[in-house]
Design a protein around this ligand. Sequence first.
Ligand code: NAP
Ligand code: MG
Length: 497
Amino acid sequence: MNTVNTAQTIELSQIVSDFLKEEKKLFINGEFISSSHGKKFQTLNPANNEVLTEVHEASDQDVDRAVNAAKEAFENGPWSTMTPLERGDLIYKLATLIEENKQYIAEIDSLDNGKPISEVLENDLPNAIGQFKYFSGWASKLTGQHIPVNGNYLNYTRHEPVGVVGQIIPWNFPFMMAAWKIAPALATGCTVVLKPAEQTPLSALYLAKLVQEAGFPEGVINIINGHGETTGSALVKHPLVNKIAFTGSTEVGKIIMKEAANTMKRVTLELGGKSPNIVLEDANIDKAAQGVFSGIMYNQGEVCSAGSRAYVHSSIYDEFLEKLIALAKEVKLGSGLQTGITMGSLVSQEQKERVLNYIEIGKAEGANLVCGGGSSEQGCFVEPTILADVQDDMRVSKEEIFGPVLVISKFHTEQEVVERANDSAFGLGAGIWTENITKAHNIANKLRSGSVWINCYNATDPASPFGGFKNSGFGREMGSYALENYTEVKSVWVNLG
Ligand code: NAP
Ligand code: MG
Protein backbone atom coordinates (compact mmCIF):
# COMPACT_ATOMS: atom_id res chain seq x y z
CA MET A 1 0.00 0.00 0.00
CA ASN A 2 1.14 3.52 -0.82
CA THR A 3 1.14 5.21 2.60
CA VAL A 4 2.68 8.35 4.09
CA ASN A 5 5.04 8.73 7.01
CA THR A 6 3.07 8.36 10.24
CA ALA A 7 5.17 11.00 11.98
CA GLN A 8 3.31 13.86 10.28
CA THR A 9 0.08 13.81 12.22
CA ILE A 10 -1.88 16.93 13.08
CA GLU A 11 -2.13 17.34 16.83
CA LEU A 12 -5.69 17.35 18.14
CA SER A 13 -7.01 20.66 19.43
CA GLN A 14 -7.44 20.86 23.17
CA ILE A 15 -11.16 21.46 22.61
CA VAL A 16 -11.50 18.18 20.73
CA SER A 17 -9.46 16.22 23.28
CA ASP A 18 -11.75 17.58 26.00
CA PHE A 19 -14.84 16.86 23.92
CA LEU A 20 -13.79 13.24 23.48
CA LYS A 21 -13.51 12.87 27.27
CA GLU A 22 -16.96 14.31 27.98
CA GLU A 23 -19.99 12.03 28.38
CA LYS A 24 -21.76 11.75 25.04
CA LYS A 25 -25.37 12.07 26.08
CA LEU A 26 -28.59 12.54 24.18
CA PHE A 27 -29.62 16.08 23.24
CA ILE A 28 -33.30 16.35 24.05
CA ASN A 29 -35.35 19.46 24.77
CA GLY A 30 -32.27 21.67 24.82
CA GLU A 31 -30.40 19.57 27.37
CA PHE A 32 -27.86 16.79 27.36
CA ILE A 33 -29.42 13.86 29.20
CA SER A 34 -28.46 10.25 29.89
CA SER A 35 -30.18 7.42 28.11
CA SER A 36 -33.04 5.97 30.16
CA HIS A 37 -31.69 2.40 30.11
CA GLY A 38 -28.07 3.46 30.64
CA LYS A 39 -26.85 1.68 27.50
CA LYS A 40 -23.92 3.06 25.57
CA PHE A 41 -22.11 2.03 22.43
CA GLN A 42 -18.56 2.58 21.26
CA THR A 43 -17.43 4.60 18.30
CA LEU A 44 -14.09 3.73 16.72
CA ASN A 45 -11.42 5.49 14.76
CA PRO A 46 -11.39 3.33 11.62
CA ALA A 47 -7.80 4.27 10.81
CA ASN A 48 -6.65 2.06 13.71
CA ASN A 49 -9.89 0.54 15.05
CA GLU A 50 -9.23 2.04 18.48
CA VAL A 51 -12.16 3.18 20.59
CA LEU A 52 -12.59 6.94 20.44
CA THR A 53 -15.32 7.18 23.05
CA GLU A 54 -18.67 5.81 24.17
CA VAL A 55 -22.02 7.29 23.27
CA HIS A 56 -25.38 7.09 24.99
CA GLU A 57 -27.87 5.04 23.04
CA ALA A 58 -31.47 6.26 22.84
CA SER A 59 -34.08 3.78 24.06
CA ASP A 60 -37.69 3.76 22.82
CA GLN A 61 -38.52 5.87 25.85
CA ASP A 62 -35.82 8.40 24.91
CA VAL A 63 -37.10 8.54 21.34
CA ASP A 64 -40.54 9.24 22.76
CA ARG A 65 -39.14 12.04 24.93
CA ALA A 66 -37.35 13.60 21.99
CA VAL A 67 -40.41 13.41 19.76
CA ASN A 68 -42.62 14.91 22.46
CA ALA A 69 -40.12 17.72 23.02
CA ALA A 70 -40.14 18.42 19.28
CA LYS A 71 -43.94 18.36 19.22
CA GLU A 72 -44.21 20.74 22.16
CA ALA A 73 -41.68 23.08 20.54
CA PHE A 74 -43.57 22.95 17.26
CA GLU A 75 -46.98 23.61 18.74
CA ASN A 76 -46.47 25.76 21.80
CA GLY A 77 -42.85 26.82 22.20
CA PRO A 78 -41.36 30.19 21.20
CA TRP A 79 -40.36 28.67 17.84
CA SER A 80 -44.03 28.39 16.87
CA THR A 81 -44.61 32.15 17.15
CA MET A 82 -41.25 33.44 15.97
CA THR A 83 -41.33 35.62 12.90
CA PRO A 84 -39.68 34.21 9.79
CA LEU A 85 -36.90 36.78 10.06
CA GLU A 86 -36.18 35.80 13.65
CA ARG A 87 -36.06 32.15 12.61
CA GLY A 88 -33.73 33.02 9.74
CA ASP A 89 -31.46 34.95 12.12
CA LEU A 90 -31.11 31.93 14.40
CA ILE A 91 -30.28 29.63 11.50
CA TYR A 92 -27.68 32.13 10.28
CA LYS A 93 -26.23 32.39 13.77
CA LEU A 94 -25.77 28.63 13.79
CA ALA A 95 -23.91 28.91 10.47
CA THR A 96 -21.59 31.49 12.00
CA LEU A 97 -20.90 29.31 15.03
CA ILE A 98 -20.11 26.33 12.79
CA GLU A 99 -17.69 28.54 10.89
CA GLU A 100 -15.95 29.51 14.14
CA ASN A 101 -15.71 25.84 15.14
CA LYS A 102 -14.68 24.53 11.75
CA GLN A 103 -11.34 23.12 12.80
CA TYR A 104 -12.82 21.19 15.74
CA ILE A 105 -15.67 19.71 13.73
CA ALA A 106 -13.21 18.72 11.01
CA GLU A 107 -10.99 16.92 13.51
CA ILE A 108 -13.99 15.08 14.95
CA ASP A 109 -15.38 13.93 11.59
CA SER A 110 -11.95 12.91 10.36
CA LEU A 111 -11.34 10.82 13.49
CA ASP A 112 -14.78 9.25 13.54
CA ASN A 113 -15.15 8.56 9.83
CA GLY A 114 -11.54 8.12 8.63
CA LYS A 115 -11.67 10.74 5.89
CA PRO A 116 -8.85 13.25 5.28
CA ILE A 117 -9.26 16.36 7.41
CA SER A 118 -8.39 18.53 4.41
CA GLU A 119 -11.53 17.27 2.66
CA VAL A 120 -13.72 18.02 5.66
CA LEU A 121 -12.28 21.54 5.79
CA GLU A 122 -12.46 22.16 2.05
CA ASN A 123 -15.70 20.41 1.18
CA ASP A 124 -17.94 19.10 3.97
CA LEU A 125 -17.83 22.15 6.22
CA PRO A 126 -18.09 24.94 3.63
CA ASN A 127 -20.98 22.95 2.17
CA ALA A 128 -22.65 22.52 5.57
CA ILE A 129 -22.20 26.19 6.47
CA GLY A 130 -23.59 27.07 3.06
CA GLN A 131 -26.75 25.05 3.78
CA PHE A 132 -27.50 27.00 6.95
CA LYS A 133 -26.74 30.34 5.30
CA TYR A 134 -28.76 29.55 2.21
CA PHE A 135 -31.80 28.22 4.08
CA SER A 136 -31.71 31.03 6.65
CA GLY A 137 -32.76 33.28 3.77
CA TRP A 138 -35.62 31.00 2.76
CA ALA A 139 -37.25 31.29 6.20
CA SER A 140 -38.66 34.68 5.17
CA LYS A 141 -39.43 33.81 1.56
CA LEU A 142 -41.90 30.96 1.86
CA THR A 143 -44.84 32.34 0.01
CA GLY A 144 -47.98 30.68 -1.28
CA GLN A 145 -50.05 31.72 -4.26
CA HIS A 146 -53.10 33.86 -4.83
CA ILE A 147 -55.22 31.86 -7.27
CA PRO A 148 -57.88 33.38 -9.56
CA VAL A 149 -60.70 30.82 -9.06
CA ASN A 150 -64.21 30.76 -10.49
CA GLY A 151 -66.88 32.55 -8.45
CA ASN A 152 -66.66 35.37 -5.99
CA TYR A 153 -63.93 33.98 -3.78
CA LEU A 154 -60.54 34.93 -2.57
CA ASN A 155 -58.40 31.80 -2.77
CA TYR A 156 -54.85 31.58 -1.57
CA THR A 157 -52.37 28.92 -0.47
CA ARG A 158 -50.18 28.72 2.59
CA HIS A 159 -47.04 26.60 2.72
CA GLU A 160 -47.08 25.37 6.28
CA PRO A 161 -44.44 23.33 8.11
CA VAL A 162 -45.21 19.60 8.13
CA GLY A 163 -44.50 19.43 11.88
CA VAL A 164 -42.16 17.08 13.72
CA VAL A 165 -39.56 15.67 11.38
CA GLY A 166 -37.51 12.52 12.03
CA GLN A 167 -34.21 12.60 10.16
CA ILE A 168 -31.97 9.58 9.76
CA ILE A 169 -28.55 10.02 8.21
CA PRO A 170 -25.56 7.89 7.10
CA TRP A 171 -21.90 7.94 8.05
CA ASN A 172 -20.23 9.06 4.83
CA PHE A 173 -20.46 12.83 5.39
CA PRO A 174 -21.54 12.93 9.04
CA PHE A 175 -21.71 16.66 9.65
CA MET A 176 -22.65 17.67 6.12
CA MET A 177 -25.55 15.19 6.01
CA ALA A 178 -26.87 16.62 9.27
CA ALA A 179 -26.75 20.09 7.71
CA TRP A 180 -28.51 18.96 4.52
CA LYS A 181 -31.32 17.65 6.65
CA ILE A 182 -31.66 20.17 9.47
CA ALA A 183 -31.27 23.48 7.58
CA PRO A 184 -34.32 23.25 5.26
CA ALA A 185 -36.49 21.77 8.01
CA LEU A 186 -35.74 24.75 10.26
CA ALA A 187 -36.32 27.23 7.46
CA THR A 188 -39.87 25.96 7.04
CA GLY A 189 -40.57 26.10 10.79
CA CYS A 190 -40.48 22.36 11.47
CA THR A 191 -38.86 20.84 14.54
CA VAL A 192 -36.38 18.02 14.28
CA VAL A 193 -35.30 14.74 15.85
CA LEU A 194 -32.07 13.67 14.15
CA LYS A 195 -30.50 10.22 14.40
CA PRO A 196 -26.91 10.09 13.14
CA ALA A 197 -25.32 6.81 11.99
CA GLU A 198 -23.93 4.63 14.76
CA GLN A 199 -20.49 4.61 13.09
CA THR A 200 -20.20 8.41 13.23
CA PRO A 201 -22.20 9.77 16.15
CA LEU A 202 -19.84 12.51 17.33
CA SER A 203 -19.98 15.62 15.17
CA ALA A 204 -23.77 15.85 15.51
CA LEU A 205 -23.28 16.05 19.28
CA TYR A 206 -20.81 18.87 18.77
CA LEU A 207 -23.47 20.53 16.63
CA ALA A 208 -25.90 20.14 19.53
CA LYS A 209 -23.57 22.28 21.67
CA LEU A 210 -23.65 24.96 18.99
CA VAL A 211 -27.45 24.73 18.81
CA GLN A 212 -27.50 25.50 22.54
CA GLU A 213 -25.02 28.33 22.13
CA ALA A 214 -27.00 29.85 19.24
CA GLY A 215 -30.01 30.05 21.54
CA PHE A 216 -32.52 27.86 19.72
CA PRO A 217 -35.63 27.36 21.84
CA GLU A 218 -35.70 24.00 23.62
CA GLY A 219 -37.00 21.06 21.62
CA VAL A 220 -36.51 22.59 18.17
CA ILE A 221 -33.49 20.38 17.39
CA ASN A 222 -33.06 17.07 19.21
CA ILE A 223 -30.16 14.73 18.49
CA ILE A 224 -30.34 11.12 19.56
CA ASN A 225 -27.74 8.51 18.79
CA GLY A 226 -28.43 4.79 18.61
CA HIS A 227 -28.74 1.86 16.26
CA GLY A 228 -30.89 1.84 13.18
CA GLU A 229 -32.98 -1.21 14.02
CA THR A 230 -33.85 0.15 17.47
CA THR A 231 -33.56 3.94 17.78
CA GLY A 232 -34.07 4.61 14.06
CA SER A 233 -36.97 2.24 13.83
CA ALA A 234 -38.67 3.72 16.93
CA LEU A 235 -38.46 7.14 15.31
CA VAL A 236 -40.00 5.85 12.09
CA LYS A 237 -42.83 4.16 13.98
CA HIS A 238 -43.60 7.03 16.35
CA PRO A 239 -47.13 8.30 15.71
CA LEU A 240 -46.26 11.92 16.54
CA VAL A 241 -43.55 12.14 13.88
CA ASN A 242 -45.11 13.70 10.79
CA LYS A 243 -42.32 13.09 8.34
CA ILE A 244 -39.20 10.98 7.90
CA ALA A 245 -36.28 12.22 5.83
CA PHE A 246 -33.77 9.44 5.27
CA THR A 247 -30.40 9.07 3.57
CA GLY A 248 -28.76 5.66 3.38
CA SER A 249 -29.08 2.32 1.67
CA THR A 250 -31.92 1.41 -0.68
CA GLU A 251 -32.57 -1.66 1.44
CA VAL A 252 -33.25 0.36 4.59
CA GLY A 253 -35.10 2.98 2.56
CA LYS A 254 -37.63 0.33 1.54
CA ILE A 255 -38.08 -0.79 5.16
CA ILE A 256 -38.69 2.80 6.23
CA MET A 257 -41.17 3.47 3.47
CA LYS A 258 -43.22 0.40 4.39
CA GLU A 259 -43.15 1.19 8.08
CA ALA A 260 -44.04 4.85 7.55
CA ALA A 261 -47.18 3.80 5.68
CA ASN A 262 -48.75 2.62 8.95
CA THR A 263 -48.86 6.15 10.32
CA MET A 264 -49.14 7.83 6.90
CA LYS A 265 -45.91 9.74 7.44
CA ARG A 266 -44.50 11.81 4.67
CA VAL A 267 -41.26 10.24 3.48
CA THR A 268 -38.35 11.38 1.38
CA LEU A 269 -35.50 9.02 0.60
CA GLU A 270 -32.00 9.71 -0.67
CA LEU A 271 -30.64 6.26 -1.41
CA GLY A 272 -27.85 4.43 -3.15
CA GLY A 273 -26.54 4.66 -6.65
CA LYS A 274 -24.41 3.08 -9.35
CA SER A 275 -23.81 6.19 -11.33
CA PRO A 276 -22.38 6.07 -14.86
CA ASN A 277 -19.56 8.34 -15.99
CA ILE A 278 -19.43 8.49 -19.79
CA VAL A 279 -16.33 9.53 -21.69
CA LEU A 280 -16.91 10.34 -25.37
CA GLU A 281 -14.28 10.04 -28.08
CA ASP A 282 -13.72 13.79 -28.26
CA ALA A 283 -13.27 14.37 -24.50
CA ASN A 284 -10.29 16.22 -23.13
CA ILE A 285 -8.63 13.01 -21.98
CA ASP A 286 -6.54 14.40 -19.16
CA LYS A 287 -9.38 16.35 -17.61
CA ALA A 288 -11.77 13.46 -18.09
CA ALA A 289 -9.37 10.96 -16.50
CA GLN A 290 -8.90 13.23 -13.51
CA GLY A 291 -12.67 13.78 -13.26
CA VAL A 292 -13.61 10.12 -13.61
CA PHE A 293 -10.95 9.16 -11.09
CA SER A 294 -11.97 11.64 -8.39
CA GLY A 295 -15.62 11.00 -9.30
CA ILE A 296 -15.26 7.52 -7.79
CA MET A 297 -12.30 7.79 -5.42
CA TYR A 298 -13.28 10.97 -3.58
CA ASN A 299 -14.22 10.27 0.06
CA GLN A 300 -12.84 6.71 -0.40
CA GLY A 301 -15.70 6.03 -2.81
CA GLU A 302 -18.18 6.33 0.05
CA VAL A 303 -20.42 8.72 -1.86
CA CYS A 304 -23.97 7.86 -2.86
CA SER A 305 -23.52 9.58 -6.22
CA ALA A 306 -20.00 8.22 -6.84
CA GLY A 307 -19.34 7.68 -10.55
CA SER A 308 -18.74 4.00 -10.04
CA ARG A 309 -19.36 2.77 -13.62
CA ALA A 310 -17.12 4.29 -16.29
CA TYR A 311 -18.00 3.88 -19.97
CA VAL A 312 -15.19 4.95 -22.25
CA HIS A 313 -15.30 5.14 -26.05
CA SER A 314 -13.43 2.21 -27.58
CA SER A 315 -11.05 4.46 -29.54
CA ILE A 316 -9.57 5.97 -26.37
CA TYR A 317 -10.22 3.16 -23.87
CA ASP A 318 -6.64 1.84 -23.55
CA GLU A 319 -5.06 5.27 -23.21
CA PHE A 320 -7.73 6.33 -20.73
CA LEU A 321 -7.26 3.25 -18.59
CA GLU A 322 -3.49 3.87 -18.44
CA LYS A 323 -4.14 7.38 -17.17
CA LEU A 324 -6.51 6.11 -14.49
CA ILE A 325 -3.98 3.53 -13.32
CA ALA A 326 -1.30 6.24 -13.12
CA LEU A 327 -3.62 8.37 -10.98
CA ALA A 328 -4.35 5.41 -8.69
CA LYS A 329 -0.64 4.91 -8.13
CA GLU A 330 -0.28 8.51 -6.93
CA VAL A 331 -2.83 8.10 -4.14
CA LYS A 332 -1.39 8.30 -0.64
CA LEU A 333 -3.36 6.46 2.00
CA GLY A 334 -3.19 7.36 5.66
CA SER A 335 -5.17 8.28 8.71
CA GLY A 336 -7.38 11.34 8.25
CA LEU A 337 -5.22 13.54 10.47
CA GLN A 338 -1.94 12.79 8.70
CA THR A 339 -0.68 15.50 6.41
CA GLY A 340 0.01 14.70 2.78
CA ILE A 341 -2.56 11.94 2.42
CA THR A 342 -5.02 11.92 -0.44
CA MET A 343 -7.23 9.07 0.75
CA GLY A 344 -8.32 8.00 4.21
CA SER A 345 -9.67 4.76 5.58
CA LEU A 346 -13.11 3.34 5.01
CA VAL A 347 -15.59 3.91 7.80
CA SER A 348 -15.52 0.50 9.44
CA GLN A 349 -14.19 -3.03 9.36
CA GLU A 350 -17.58 -4.13 8.08
CA GLN A 351 -17.41 -1.72 5.17
CA LYS A 352 -13.83 -2.77 4.39
CA GLU A 353 -14.88 -6.42 4.26
CA ARG A 354 -17.88 -5.58 2.14
CA VAL A 355 -15.71 -3.74 -0.40
CA LEU A 356 -13.03 -6.46 -0.46
CA ASN A 357 -15.73 -9.04 -0.94
CA TYR A 358 -17.02 -7.14 -3.98
CA ILE A 359 -13.51 -7.05 -5.44
CA GLU A 360 -13.37 -10.85 -5.09
CA ILE A 361 -16.81 -11.16 -6.68
CA GLY A 362 -15.63 -9.01 -9.59
CA LYS A 363 -12.55 -11.17 -10.15
CA ALA A 364 -14.62 -14.35 -9.94
CA GLU A 365 -17.05 -12.89 -12.50
CA GLY A 366 -14.16 -12.39 -14.90
CA ALA A 367 -13.40 -8.69 -14.44
CA ASN A 368 -9.79 -7.71 -14.93
CA LEU A 369 -8.20 -6.28 -11.76
CA VAL A 370 -5.80 -3.72 -13.25
CA CYS A 371 -4.81 -1.93 -10.08
CA GLY A 372 -5.42 -1.89 -6.34
CA GLY A 373 -7.36 -4.60 -4.57
CA GLY A 374 -5.08 -4.52 -1.53
CA SER A 375 -5.96 -3.53 2.00
CA SER A 376 -4.25 -2.72 5.27
CA GLU A 377 -3.68 -5.24 8.02
CA GLN A 378 -4.62 -2.69 10.63
CA GLY A 379 -7.35 -0.16 10.17
CA CYS A 380 -9.88 -0.05 7.37
CA PHE A 381 -7.84 1.01 4.35
CA VAL A 382 -8.56 -0.29 0.86
CA GLU A 383 -6.45 0.73 -2.12
CA PRO A 384 -8.02 2.57 -5.05
CA THR A 385 -9.10 -0.31 -7.24
CA ILE A 386 -10.03 -0.57 -10.91
CA LEU A 387 -11.85 -3.52 -12.44
CA ALA A 388 -11.55 -3.32 -16.22
CA ASP A 389 -13.35 -5.03 -19.12
CA VAL A 390 -16.42 -5.37 -16.97
CA GLN A 391 -19.63 -6.75 -18.46
CA ASP A 392 -22.94 -5.05 -17.69
CA ASP A 393 -24.50 -8.17 -16.21
CA MET A 394 -21.78 -8.62 -13.57
CA ARG A 395 -22.77 -7.89 -9.99
CA VAL A 396 -19.93 -5.38 -9.66
CA SER A 397 -21.52 -3.41 -12.49
CA LYS A 398 -25.03 -3.51 -11.04
CA GLU A 399 -24.67 -3.25 -7.27
CA GLU A 400 -23.51 -0.37 -5.14
CA ILE A 401 -20.09 -1.15 -3.64
CA PHE A 402 -19.66 2.11 -1.72
CA GLY A 403 -15.89 2.03 -1.72
CA PRO A 404 -12.91 3.01 -3.91
CA VAL A 405 -13.72 0.57 -6.70
CA LEU A 406 -14.27 1.68 -10.29
CA VAL A 407 -15.67 -0.66 -12.92
CA ILE A 408 -14.86 0.32 -16.48
CA SER A 409 -15.87 -0.90 -19.90
CA LYS A 410 -15.81 0.32 -23.49
CA PHE A 411 -18.64 1.45 -25.73
CA HIS A 412 -18.92 2.12 -29.46
CA THR A 413 -21.93 4.37 -30.06
CA GLU A 414 -23.75 7.08 -28.16
CA GLN A 415 -27.09 5.36 -28.37
CA GLU A 416 -25.53 2.21 -26.95
CA VAL A 417 -23.92 4.01 -24.05
CA VAL A 418 -27.10 5.87 -23.11
CA GLU A 419 -29.02 2.60 -23.05
CA ARG A 420 -26.36 0.90 -20.96
CA ALA A 421 -26.05 3.85 -18.58
CA ASN A 422 -29.82 3.81 -18.05
CA ASP A 423 -29.98 0.05 -17.65
CA SER A 424 -29.64 0.30 -13.88
CA ALA A 425 -31.93 -0.01 -10.91
CA PHE A 426 -30.53 3.31 -9.70
CA GLY A 427 -30.65 6.86 -11.01
CA LEU A 428 -28.79 9.27 -8.76
CA GLY A 429 -25.96 10.85 -10.76
CA ALA A 430 -24.32 10.65 -14.17
CA GLY A 431 -21.31 12.25 -15.83
CA ILE A 432 -20.56 13.12 -19.45
CA TRP A 433 -17.13 14.09 -20.74
CA THR A 434 -17.01 15.67 -24.18
CA GLU A 435 -15.90 18.86 -25.94
CA ASN A 436 -19.11 18.79 -28.01
CA ILE A 437 -21.66 20.66 -25.96
CA THR A 438 -24.57 19.80 -28.27
CA LYS A 439 -23.95 16.10 -27.78
CA ALA A 440 -23.54 16.69 -24.05
CA HIS A 441 -26.97 18.33 -23.72
CA ASN A 442 -28.65 15.71 -25.85
CA ILE A 443 -27.21 12.90 -23.76
CA ALA A 444 -28.01 14.75 -20.52
CA ASN A 445 -31.67 14.89 -21.57
CA LYS A 446 -31.77 11.14 -22.08
CA LEU A 447 -30.11 10.03 -18.84
CA ARG A 448 -32.51 8.88 -16.13
CA SER A 449 -30.83 10.39 -13.09
CA GLY A 450 -31.36 13.19 -10.61
CA SER A 451 -28.09 14.96 -11.43
CA VAL A 452 -26.06 15.10 -14.62
CA TRP A 453 -22.58 16.57 -14.57
CA ILE A 454 -21.02 17.70 -17.85
CA ASN A 455 -17.23 17.95 -17.77
CA CYS A 456 -17.32 17.88 -13.98
CA TYR A 457 -18.51 15.43 -11.36
CA ASN A 458 -20.21 15.52 -7.96
CA ALA A 459 -20.60 19.30 -7.97
CA THR A 460 -23.22 20.34 -5.40
CA ASP A 461 -24.45 23.65 -4.09
CA PRO A 462 -27.02 24.52 -1.41
CA ALA A 463 -29.07 26.24 -4.13
CA SER A 464 -29.21 23.30 -6.56
CA PRO A 465 -31.42 20.22 -6.06
CA PHE A 466 -29.98 16.77 -5.46
CA GLY A 467 -31.78 13.44 -5.33
CA GLY A 468 -32.67 10.30 -7.17
CA PHE A 469 -34.75 8.66 -9.87
CA LYS A 470 -35.75 5.00 -9.55
CA ASN A 471 -34.22 3.04 -6.62
CA SER A 472 -32.11 6.04 -5.70
CA GLY A 473 -35.15 7.44 -3.91
CA PHE A 474 -37.38 10.46 -4.21
CA GLY A 475 -37.61 14.00 -2.97
CA ARG A 476 -34.89 16.57 -3.53
CA GLU A 477 -32.44 17.98 -1.04
CA MET A 478 -31.17 21.53 -1.38
CA GLY A 479 -32.48 24.45 -3.37
CA SER A 480 -36.07 25.62 -3.24
CA TYR A 481 -37.07 22.01 -3.98
CA ALA A 482 -36.01 20.90 -0.48
CA LEU A 483 -38.66 23.16 1.03
CA GLU A 484 -41.34 20.91 -0.45
CA ASN A 485 -40.03 18.05 1.71
CA TYR A 486 -40.99 19.94 4.83
CA THR A 487 -44.20 21.75 3.94
CA GLU A 488 -47.87 21.02 3.50
CA VAL A 489 -49.92 23.18 1.14
CA LYS A 490 -53.18 24.58 2.47
CA SER A 491 -55.78 26.14 0.20
CA VAL A 492 -57.85 28.85 1.92
CA TRP A 493 -61.20 29.99 0.48
CA VAL A 494 -62.94 33.22 1.44
CA ASN A 495 -66.46 33.90 0.23
CA LEU A 496 -66.57 37.51 -0.95
CA GLY A 497 -70.24 37.42 -1.89
P1 NAP B 1 -27.94 2.09 6.30
O1 NAP B 1 -28.08 0.86 7.09
O2 NAP B 1 -28.95 2.40 5.27
O3 NAP B 1 -27.84 3.29 7.36
C1 NAP B 1 -28.27 4.61 7.16
C2 NAP B 1 -28.97 5.11 8.42
O4 NAP B 1 -30.18 4.38 8.62
C3 NAP B 1 -28.16 4.93 9.68
O5 NAP B 1 -28.40 6.02 10.56
C4 NAP B 1 -28.74 3.65 10.23
O6 NAP B 1 -28.53 3.48 11.60
C5 NAP B 1 -30.19 3.82 9.92
N1 NAP B 1 -30.97 2.59 9.91
C6 NAP B 1 -30.56 1.33 9.65
N2 NAP B 1 -31.59 0.46 9.73
C7 NAP B 1 -32.68 1.18 10.07
C8 NAP B 1 -34.05 0.86 10.31
N3 NAP B 1 -34.50 -0.39 10.21
N4 NAP B 1 -34.90 1.85 10.64
C9 NAP B 1 -34.47 3.11 10.74
N5 NAP B 1 -33.19 3.49 10.53
C10 NAP B 1 -32.30 2.55 10.18
O7 NAP B 1 -26.54 2.13 5.64
P2 NAP B 1 -25.20 1.44 6.22
O8 NAP B 1 -25.47 0.12 6.83
O9 NAP B 1 -24.55 2.44 7.06
O10 NAP B 1 -24.44 1.18 4.89
C11 NAP B 1 -24.79 0.08 4.07
C12 NAP B 1 -24.79 0.48 2.64
O11 NAP B 1 -25.71 1.55 2.40
C13 NAP B 1 -23.48 1.05 2.14
O12 NAP B 1 -22.55 0.09 1.85
C14 NAP B 1 -23.94 1.80 0.94
O13 NAP B 1 -24.14 0.96 -0.14
C15 NAP B 1 -25.25 2.35 1.36
N6 NAP B 1 -25.17 3.74 1.82
C16 NAP B 1 -25.66 4.70 1.02
C17 NAP B 1 -25.58 6.00 1.43
C18 NAP B 1 -26.10 7.12 0.60
O14 NAP B 1 -25.76 8.26 0.86
N7 NAP B 1 -26.93 6.84 -0.35
C19 NAP B 1 -24.98 6.35 2.63
C20 NAP B 1 -24.51 5.31 3.45
C21 NAP B 1 -24.62 4.02 3.02
P3 NAP B 1 -27.20 2.76 12.14
O15 NAP B 1 -26.06 3.21 11.34
O16 NAP B 1 -27.14 3.27 13.50
O17 NAP B 1 -27.49 1.31 12.06
MG1 MG C 1 -16.37 5.99 14.25
